[in-house]
Design a binder for this molecule. Structure first.
Ligand code: FAD
Length: 128
């Protein structure tokens, strides 16, 4: 789905698109990759855009400065690679058990807390 900077459909203004189905982009035109992190940020932005428009405020566009890829290698090791939005590696690579624990926490949050309390999670999220 082609959406504008606030995740609103370019062809159907009453419709918002998030997640893998939406070509969400930042103000400088960089398209977010498909993934759970970018999808969550897009959801938060869409939520704030909808509530802003309903209350007569101007919605803020999606702001995302960076991304990261996090992979666990079993329960005792993992890799966390910060990247630019286009996937280019940047910053310091983290490895080891703390990364495996972090990935486990992300998966638990996504599989439990987010599913039970999606409105609280999205409402509390910053827009990147
Ligand atoms: C095995 C696997 C591992 C992954 N690992 C990572 C990772 O490590 N990091 C990462 O960033 N991304 C990862 N991804 C990608 C990530 O899961 C997706 O990018 C993300 O889930 C997309 O979110 P979404 O909301 O667009 O779609 P989904 O999470 O797929 O949500 C779509 C929802 O819509 C529901 N649905 C479908 N059709 C209908 C219908 N007709 N009516 C009502 N509901 C419907 C589905 O049941 C589903 O709950 C992984 C994906 C897979 C499959």
């Amino acid at each position: 789905m082609l959406v504008d900077g606030t995740l609103r459909s370019q062809s159907h203004p009453d419709v918002y698109g998030i997640g893998d189905a939406a070509a969400a982009h930042t103000q400088d035109g960089q398209v977010l990759r498909m993934g759970c992190g970018p999808g969550g940020l897009a959801a938060a932005c869409a939520f704030h855009a909808i509530t802003a428009r309903l209350s007569g405020r101007t919605p803020k566009p999606l702001r995302v400065k960076g991304d990261a890829l996090c992979i666990s290698l079993g329960r005792h090791d993992g890799i966390l690679q910060p990247t630019d939005l286009d996937g280019r590696p940047r910053g310091t690579v983290r490895t080891g058990r703390p990364v495996a624990l972090l990935k486990n926490a992300v998966l638990r949050a996504a599989g439990w807390y987010n599913l039970r309390y999606p409105a609280i999670v999205v409402a509390g999220a910053r827009q990147g």
